[in-house]
Structure formats: structure tokens, C-alpha cells
Ligand binder design. Structure first.
Ligand code: HEM
Length: 338
């Protein structure tokens, strides 16, 4: 067999360049497409999410999304709303934060401690009776979601919680998506889900304004301000966007923190034993059937260290993208430029 000389090869390539070039491009496109499909397939496997394009990953989605006004990504702002604490400009942020934080005082939160204790014990008892293993994160996501919905707007009806749960998951998924309204896309589904969530919240607000119900919760404390001057109350859009924001901000963070604590306590049995001993000593001072009180939480000094260490080790908000509003540095080592 004759080995072709370098010149022969050059002539060959020159003569057939009209065929070779499109072929090479077609092969590259096919390979990229296969990578992309493989990435999409991973969603069905154990590890959720896709890899995006080779080398580029999800860069295009990310760049398309960074069309934001206040250091947040556009789809994030669209998902939580223009009046959300996460998206409003600084002057409005101060007012909304002040009005929102009132019902988060320790006094109001303390009412929730025995309620949460009972709810959690009942759910764990049910799991124990079922006698089957379960995914901790699925369990904590539901516990956190139901707890926040109850605390904010006394939503406890199972079917409403289920519908809200799947809609709010769709909204949260849209926060890091390509912001384009194509039916079937994550962004599209999230925006449609957001509309349904807003309608559900508005129905609850209307019932309360008509005097049909008046539970003592976060939403009610906002509505009590209806007759206050504009600077001392929240507009309907501000209430709606921030109800949604609080649920999204509070669910996966709390759920992930509990999940990590379960893992770390399994890895560190001595810490687990010491934590259990602190809990049992609180229990020993109670009559049978007594629920936890806010004051009991104050006695959990080791428990609070376990929570802090869990948050330090796991960083439950790792993905959260922010843009520096002005140049700064941390310990002179890490520089952030606007
Ligand atoms: C373990 C649980 C939680 C962790 C680790 C956590 C962490 C954080 C962090 C780091 C921020 C600041 C983000 C930034 O840089 O702007 C933040 C903001 C926020 N979080 Fe949480 N959070 C948790 C639970 C909750 C809960 C339960 C709620 C509500 C029910 C909530 C509501 C919010 C809100 C509204 C903001 C925005 C505050 C503002 O813009 O002024 N978070 N959270």
C-alpha cells in the first residue's frame, strides 16, 4: 500500500474541501448534540439536572438570565415578583422589611413552637409505624413547606397544600431558567404556576376581607394594616409577592439544613449522643404529653451549636448568585468588583 505524501494529502484536502469542511462541521455538531442529549438524560438518573453543552455547560442560559436591575437574575425577579424583598430597590426594601419583620418577632414565633413540635412528632410516629425507609430530604421539604404555609397564612388543607406545593416548586425551578416564554419550558411552567399561586393567595385575602375567616397569623397581621397610611402598610402586590418569597426562601433552606444535620449526626455519633442527652434532660422536666415551648429552645445550648455547625459545614445557599453593588474585599484576600 502506498503511503500518501504530505503534498498528496494537501491536494486531496484542497480538492475535497467542499465535502470535508461540511462533514467536519456536521460531525462536531452531532457530537455536541449527543453530549447535550446525554446531559438531558441524566435527569432521569439518580443525580438530577443536566450538564448542558460540553465545556460551556449552562453558560448561555446564565448569560441570557443576567439581565437584571438589582444584582439578581431576571428569571429570579420574574418568579418572586417585582415587589419581593429579593428584587425591590433599597428604599422600598427598608419599608417592606420593617413591615414584614414585625410578625417574625420572637413573641409571634413562640406560638408556633408547640404546634411544630406536635406536627413533627405525629409525622415521625407515622413513619415509624409504616416501618419503611424514606428519603430525609423529601420528608423535610414537606415538613418545612407545610409549616411555613401554616405559619404565614394558616393553609392546612391537604389538597390546597399539594397544589401550592407543586406550583411553588415550578416557580422555584424557574428562578434559574432561560427566561423565554416557550410552552413546555421551565420558565413558562414557572410563570403559569406563579399565576395560580397568586390566585390562591388572593382568594384567601378576599375571604379575610369579607370577614369569612380571621386566623391569627402572618397574613392577618398584614391585613390589619389595611386602614394605615401608605408608608405603614403593604399594598396587595407587596403582600402577594412576599408571601411567595417567604415560602420559597424558607422551604429548601430549612429542609436542607435539617437533612444535613441528620447526615452529620450520623457521621458523628458522640455529638448525636450528647445532643440526645440534652433533649432528654429537657423532656425529664416536663409532664407526659407536654409540648415544647419557646423557653425550652433557649435551653438547647448544645442543640443550637449543632445547628450552627451544620450550616457552617453544608452552606445550604451555595448556589445563590449575587452581584457586588460596589467593589469590596474580604480579609484583603478575596476581591469582588462591581
Ligand atoms: C436554615 C435556614 C435558612 C438559611 C440558611 C437562610 C439563609 C439566608 C441567607 C444567607 C440570606 C441572604 C441572601 C442574600 O445574600 O441576600 C437569606 C435571605 C432571606 N431569607 Fe433566609 N435562610 C433560612 C431560612 C429562611 C426562612 C425560614 C425564611 C422565611 C420564612 C427566610 C426568608 C428569607 C428572606 C425573605 C430573605 C431576604 C431578606 C432580605 O432581602 O432582606 N429564610 N436567607
Amino acid at each position: 500500500m502506498n503511503i500518501p505524501l504530505k503534498e498528496d494529502l494537501q491536494i486531496l484536502i484542497y480538492n475535497y474541501s467542499a465535502v470535508i469542511l461540511p462533514s467536519v462541521i456536521a460531525i462536531v455538531v452531532a457530537v455536541l448534540f449527543r453530549w447535550y442529549l446525554k446531559g438531558a438524560e441524566r435527569r432521569k438518573g439518580d443525580i438530577p439536572g443536566k450538564l448542558g453543552f460540553p465545556f460551556l455547560g449552562e453558560t448561555f442560559s446564565f448569560l441570557a438570565a443576567t439581565n437584571s436591575t438589582k444584582g439578581y437574575l431576571k428569571p429570579m425577579a420574574d418568579a418572586v415578583g417585582k415587589k419581593s424583598l429579593l428584587t425591590v430597590p433599597l428604599e422600598i426594601h427598608r419599608r417592606i422589611r420593617r413591615l414584614l419583620s414585625d410578625p417574625f418577632s420572637m413573641n409571634s414565633m413562640s406560638k408556633f413552637v408547640p404546634k411544630f413540635d406536635r406536627e413533627l412528632c405525629e409525622r415521625l410516629k407515622r413513619k415509624e409505624n409504616e416501618g419503611k425507609s424514606f428519603k430525609v430530604l423529601d420528608f423535610t421539604m414537606k415538613v418545612a413547606f407545610d409549616g411555613i404555609c401554616d405559619m404565614l397564612a394558616s393553609i392546612t388543607d391537604a389538597s390546597t397544600l399539594e397544589q401550592l406545593g407543586s406550583d411553588i416548586t415550578a416557580v422555584a425551578d424557574a428562578m434559574l431558567s432561560f427566561p423565554i416564554m416557550i410552552p413546555g419550558s421551565r420558565y413558562y411552567k414557572g410563570m403559569k404556576a406563579r399565576k395560580r399561586v397568586m390566585e390562591t393567595f388572593m382568594t384567601i385575602i378576599t375571604k379575610r376581607r369579607n370577614g369569612e375567616e380571621a386566623p391569627d397569623d402572618f397574613l392577618q397581621s398584614m391585613l390589619k394594616r389595611d386602614s394605615h397610611p401608605p408608608n405603614e402598610k403593604l399594598e396587595d402586590e407587596e403582600i402577594l409577592d412576599n408571601l411567595l418569597t417567604l415560602i420559597i426562601a424558607g422551604q429548601s433552606t430549612t429542609a436542607a439544613a435539617i437533612m444535613w444535620s441528620v447526615k452529620f449526626l450520623d457521621d458523628n455519633r458522640d455529638v448525636q449522643d450528647r445532643l440526645r442527652e440534652e433533649q432528654l434532660s429537657i423532656l425529664r422536666n416536663k409532664s407526659a404529653g407536654d409540648l415544647l415551648k419557646y423557653e425550652d429552645l433557649m435551653g438547647m445550648s448544645y442543640g443550637s451549636k449543632v445547628v450552627k455547625e451544620t450550616l457552617r459545614m453544608s452552606n445550604v445557599l451555595l448556589w445563590y448568585p449575587r452581584v457586588a453593588l460596589e467593589d469590596c474585599s474580604i480579609e484583603g484576600k478575596f476581591k469582588f468588583e462591581n
